[in-house]
Ligand binder design. Structure first.
Ligand SMILES: [Cu+2]
Length: 103
């Protein structure tokens, strides 16, 4: 099975818009293949290693996950995701980002 058959992120809205501190927001993750959302897990990890689960929904197409971020103070974070792609393989990865106090 070639590596490109697995679900990998091809684009994340974090590249386009900085997340503001202490403000709830949404992050869109665009994958290269359809995602089976019933088997996905998304969480956020802060610099101290504390993790919490994030709510997400699929849309507007089945390669996209829209993840809800709670209000977060400035700092370094990682979104950890585990997704099941339509070819039946799980992909596990992290997406690091920073929230700066003065975006
Ligand atoms: Cu695969």
């Amino acid at each position: 099975m070639p590596a490109f058959a697995h679900a990998v992120i091809v684009r994340a809205s974090l590249e386009d818009a900085a997340i503001k501190p202490d403000t709830a927001s949404e992050v869109t993750l665009v994958f290269n293949s359809k995602i089976e959302t019933a088997f996905c897990q998304v969480s956020i990890v802060d610099a101290a290693g504390n993790a919490r689960k994030l709510d997400f929904k699929v849309g507007p197409s089945s390669e996209r996950l829209i993840v809800s971020l709670p209000p977060l103070p400035a700092g370094a974070y990682a979104i950890r995701y585990k997704v099941l792609s339509a070819d039946g393989h799980f992909t596990d990865n992290v997406l690091r980002f920073k929230i700066s106090a003065n975006p």
